[in-house]
Design a protein around this ligand. Sequence first.
Ligand code: BES
Ligand code: ZN
Length: 638
Amino acid sequence: MKKFPAAPMLGAVLVVMLTACDPAIEPIDTTVDLGADPHSYANYEQVRIEHLALALTADFSDRTLSGHVTLDLAQDDLAERLVLDTWRLDVRDINRVGPDGELKPLSWRLADSDPENEYLGAPLIIAMERGVDRIRIDYTTSPDAFGLQWLDGQQTTSGEPFLFSQSQPIFARTWVPLQDTPAVRYTFDAEITVPSDLMAVMGAAGNPTEIQSDGVYEFNMPQPIPSYLMAIGVGKLEFEPTGPRSGVYAEPSLVDAAAEEFSELEAMIDAGEALYGPYRWDRYDLLILPPSFPFGGMENPRLSFITPTVIAGDKSLTALIAHELAHSWSGNLVTNSAWQDLWLNEGFTTYFENRIVEALYGPERAEMEATLDRIGLQEELKELDEAEQVLARDLSGQDPEQAFNGVPYDKGRLFLLWLEDRFGRETLDAFLRQYFDHFAFESIDTEEFIAYLEANLLPQDPDAVSMEQVREWIFEPGLPGYAVLPASGAFDQVDEWRRQWLDGEIELSEIPVDEWTVSEWRHFLLKLGDRLDAEQMAAMDAEFGLTGTGNVEILYLWLVRAIETRYEPGIERLEDFLLEVGRNKFTRPLYEELAATDWGREWAIDVYQRAKPGYHPLTRQAAERALGIASQENVEQR
Ligand code: BES
Ligand code: ZN
């Protein structure tokens, strides 16, 4: 009875099969239209969520969130139905809520998911009766929801369980039935119940500083946000302030180290405000997650989620914090309206991140970091199809995860750097401030940005750039020949030392590594790719102690070299690393490197099987793809 087209296209009409329904209620129309956002079934152009109230209990033994959500709806015309996004939610009951809170059942159907696009989940279709402006959905999440990771006490430093969410790009629907598109914004409040020895925090106002003995926590989010910024964390957390409007949440053993590493948080917020206008989210705190967090950072509003692997002890990896903070303007305040416009979030943020780094640490460090990213982008572009090299890329029929490569980030940044070069910093900064102000708390697409740019920046210097050039940047593959490329002079010196050592002209001890920053180390190690043997690795290790480095960016590149040369002490450290860290930026390529050797795949599969219980669903998925092994879940489904 499958009636899906092979790859549903934008605007295609899908006929869905019924699975769950309330038999007492009349059949309803179950055709579902993938609307303006190809990654959401929601009919948000007819009816929109304006406010959402969550009442959920976290059950660590079942690994579920259970309770209800109440949605306040706004309709332009009379919508006959409301279509929400869900992914493996167990929906028990749906009612309209009357003016005095009385509940009255509504007719609803949970359709099957499209087997070709399982990642979109299943549309939940609710028949709207006249005058319905508030509905309540009672539901429970699935233990394998992609948007949640449940850790037991063996997987945390405190010995207590931990739960965290990751909603971007389309995983909010795995823990809340809602319109899971960045085109829709709503305010929310929440009452979250957790085991009484744990603390709950959210990307919202109302975060506690102490564990509440009754296990009940209340939150509210007065500024409207898109669904991908919904965030919750539960664990044995402590709070330490870093300034009047900032601080860190972490498990007890990490909280001091985190507060020290990120002691410049308040100064970063000030730097952000000085560049692009007021910080509009009141507080900015960090939640330090267990090392299985699949990303470096996630810009959840008021409370960015951060990997513990950036706690290097010397503040050398704080650009990541600058990045997540910068999203408080580019992304959280002015939001891409669909994932094909991701570059409006990530490109602007990468540019902004580097400006904050420059303000705090000076132009040399900023230039080195920008240069490494530029070199990385140019390498990546060689591997990408032309369609993937475009900033505003059509993603209909594709998993939005595909959008997250270096293009929206680093090509997006180079576009802004080019505008800076042509118009001058002062003019571009004033334009960006005005842009954030103009579109504050709105979701916009690429064409709206282009129209705004054409009307507000280009007239300031009519000869600076042409609209053809702007369109080339945004819609054509590759980098325009006239791009302005960051190139740090510090790296020329590093290149020279590397060459001299490889040519036997100098000893390793003659290289002045004590003066190096992480960027110089990375540049040194990057260009040693496929050029070393295990003996040279041992010599470098003896001189620099790289196997024992506490800096994850240096360690990662060292481990890649260790795989290439099958350098035994490095391989041992790699095993420990893979068993502990689930950050996909590192784990995915490490598994890929191992799978590409004649000795490493079986070894890596063995390590993976042991590491898997502690990995996030996204890390598992990427590792299984890298290793070419079938996912357990898929096997069960078949
Ligand atoms: N918004 C992203 C995190 C993200 C990426 C969520 C992909 C979902 C899919 C975040 O702002 C980000 O870009 N994080 C980077 C760090 C940054 C310094 C480039 C990361 O996690 O590596
Ligand atoms: Zn980002």
